[in-house]
Unconditional design. Structure first.
Length: 73
């Protein structure tokens, strides 16, 4: 995947001991959101076909809709 979302890094102050401001800005671009939705949908589809009791380990989305698949809890 070639991410289209761009993040940024900036300095908080001139003090080298201060951590920088880091904004990952993940999923800001529609292409990145589409890839994430398709990846999550495929993963849950695979897990539903397996015999592993993933429901006890993973909390799944409310539904298979794009909006529910993008919700990060």
């Amino acid at each position: 995947m070639h991410s289209q979302s761009l993040g940024s890094i900036s300095l908080k102050s001139a003090d080298p001991k201060d951590h920088p401001n880091i904004d990952l800005n993940v999923l800001a671009h529609p292409y990145d959101r589409r890839i994430m939705i398709e990846s999550v949908r495929d993963t849950y589809g695979f897990l539903q076909k397996s015999t592993f009791p993933f429901e006890k380990v993973l909390k799944g989305p409310k539904s298979d809709s794009d909006a529910d698949l993008l919700v990060i809890t």
